[in-house]
Design a protein around this ligand. Structure first.
Ligand SMILES: Cc1cc2nc3c(=O)[nH]c(=O)nc-3n(C[C@H](O)[C@H](O)[C@H](O)COP(=O)(O)OP(=O)(O)OC[C@H]3O[C@@H](n4cnc5c(N)ncnc54)[C@H](O)[C@@H]3O)c2cc1C
Length: 525
């Protein structure tokens, strides 16, 4: 990793006047970087650690000196002392002083044969699933670094539940997750890929070399309606505004809400979750006069989940008094009116709830389609870029969904594991849609095989169709996140329907010897 330029601001007040000497960085790295399974080297001089930690830790977000001192003191008190594996693992992404040095350096050591360096860009669903899958499939053959701008993974899928319940979700610290799976963590945002040099460059100017690169950058919200009275739901940060809307509905200050799905790429489920949970909330508060409408370009509600699921969702909306317009677009016209296109229709509204239209990351150095998404083959490889893969919402696959992002990540991890000699026959991405629809009552579990030659095998059930029955149905990620409940992030709907399958859980646990188990589709009952 090389820092080309140093940001001002944060660094100016607390960082050393110039970047630490390569000697200092080397000392720190030797103290614990990439040291899994090695004997513990000498502790570096404390000032080196101070300077270097301040410089590289958190990707340029510099902690005040007092904080660093306190953390180091606490760390030194722990068994294992200053070279404790945890924070060392997180800090030890390879540091480079020049491209030439980068080219010369390898990840081998006398203790370790060369291990392929895998960079995972993105700490969301696809990024974490790639990490877990790689650790499961090719544990000792890889040196993995995860690069992401944020400190925590927060499960966006369950964020629709946030406005309806009091507790805050804390999220899962990426540094901890990386350390748990013996990976490095580098806080930063990818600026570009330099494929000839097998490097990525972050927005802070850091260079990180790779042998395999996984782009798991997610999608970006595009242009949105900027009108008063329109709430675009991106995730938990919109929870407080939605909570206010619920309050206004309860108090009778708002009576007409339209849920409008945008044209183009968007997440399939959130507006349905919100509409149904809002309907249940209104019913619970005797607000029978409230008018809720859902307007969607889909030919049927949640059509991608197949005919059986769509028909059941249509009934569910009807039973909960949500008026449905399919094959339609909502267009804000006069104040207080929403035109429904096509046709000469309009409805009166007090509020509009929508979700962002999604576009791709449009990353420099990587070809993309007209919406900025990254085309891949069925194993997640990018054409013409050696060792570069992509998974998740950032790819050109048209359905943006966490469960599918995780399945793409599994295909990528298998391809990478096979490429470094793991005994595995890498399977292509074969999309199986699994979705949990929150209703304010028992959740509905939806499943459909949407791969090329599959028939319509759409299923909808009040009982879980997979285990653990999380909204994010990642093969490795769902069991792992479920093991974090209470501590990190909430992952599955808490309803009566979940309890009766405890026996199935025991069975699944018994059948899956891996540490956190794998997602399992439950056998027919
Ligand atoms: C409200 C809501 C409800 C949803 N409901 C469901 C549901 O019920 N079921 C379901 O399966 N899915 C659901 N989804 C969709 C699901 O969350 C996404 O499909 C999934 O998160 C995609 O995973 P990803 O890894 O591709 O992207 P993300 O999870 O968005 O992760 C992208 C990562 O890349 C990082 N990143 C971005 N730019 C850069 C950069 N330049 N450099 C480095 N890192 C970068 C981000 O910080 C983040 O860590 C929902 C989403 C929302 C918002």
């Amino acid at each position: 990793m090389q820092r080309r330029s140093r940001p001002g601001g944060l660094l100016d007040s607390a960082a050393p006047a110039s970047p630490p000497a390569p000697e200092q960085i080397r000392n720190l790295r030797q103290a614990g970087g990439a040291s899994f399974g090695r004997s513990r080297p000498e502790r570096p001089h404390v000032q080196d650690r101070l300077d270097v930690e301040r410089w590289i830790n958190e990707g340029g977000h510099v902690a005040p000196e007092a904080v660093i001192q306190r953390e180091m003191a606490a760390e030194d008190d722990r068994p294992g002392g200053a070279a404790g594996q945890h924070s060392r693992a997180a800090q030890s992404a390879e540091v480079r002083s020049s491209p030439a040095a980068a080219a010369e350096s390898t990840s081998s050591s006398p203790q370790h044969p060369a291990r392929a360096r895998v960079l995972i860009a993105g700490g969301g669903v696809a990024g974490l699933e790639t990490l877990l899958a790689l650790r499961s499939l090719a544990a000792d053959r890889l040196e993995i670094t995860i690069v992401a701008p944020e400190l925590k993974f927060v499960n966006a899928a369950m964020s629709v539940d946030q406005p309806f319940k009091p507790q805050r979700v804390r999220g899962l610290r990426l540094e901890d997750a990386a350390a748990e799976f013996a990976a490095h963590w580098h806080r930063g945002a990818l600026d570009r890929v330099e494929p000839e040099q097998h490097l990525i460059v972050t927005k802070d100017g850091d260079e990180l070399p790779y042998d395999r690169l996984v782009l798991a950058l997610g999608a970006h919200p595009e242009h949105e309606w900027q009108f008063p009275g329109v709430l675009t739901y991106h995730g938990g940060r919109d929870g407080p505004n939605y909570r206010l809307l619920l309050h206004q509905l309860r108090e009778g200050e708002v009576s007409r809400v339209a849920f409008v799905k945008p044209a183009g790429a968007s997440w399939p489920l959130p507006l349905y979750d919100l509409a149904l949970m809002t309907a249940a909330e209104c019913a619970a508060h005797d607000r029978a006069g409230v008018e809720l409408t859902l307007i969607t370009p889909e030919p049927e509600p949640l059509a991608i989940f197949g005919t059986t699921a769509s028909a059941a969702v249509r009934r569910l909306l009807h039973d909960n008094r949500v008026t449905l317009y399919t094959a339609s677009y909502g267009v804000l016209s006069r104040r207080g009116w929403l035109a429904i296109s096509p046709g000469e229709r309009a409805i009166q509204v007090d509020r509009v709830v929508t979700e962002p239209r999604l576009v791709g990351p449009r990353l420099r150095g990587v070809a993309c389609d007209h919406d900025g998404f990254i085309p891949t083959d069925a194993h997640g490889r990018l054409a013409g870029l050696d060792g570069v893969f992509a998974a998740g919402d950032a790819t050109a696959f048209p359905i943006k969904h966490g469960g599918l992002a995780a399945q793409q990540a599994d295909a990528v991890a298998e391809a990478i594991a096979a490429s470094v000699g793991a005994n595995i026959d890498p399977q292509p991405f074969r999309p199986i849609l699994r979705g949990v629809l929150l209703t304010g009552g028992p959740p509905r579990y939806l499943r459909a095989d949407i791969s090329d030659n599959a028939d319509d095998d759409s299923v909808i059930s009040q009982r879980p169709l997979w285990w653990p029955p999380d909204k994010i149905s990642g093969r490795y990620l769902a069991p792992y996140l479920s093991s974090q409940v209470g501590d990190a992030t909430d992952v599955m709907p808490q309803g009566e329907a979940v309890t009766p399958v405890e026996t199935a859980l025991e069975q699944v646990a018994a059948d899956t010897p891996r540490r956190f188990g794998e997602l399992s589709d439950l056998p027919p009952r």
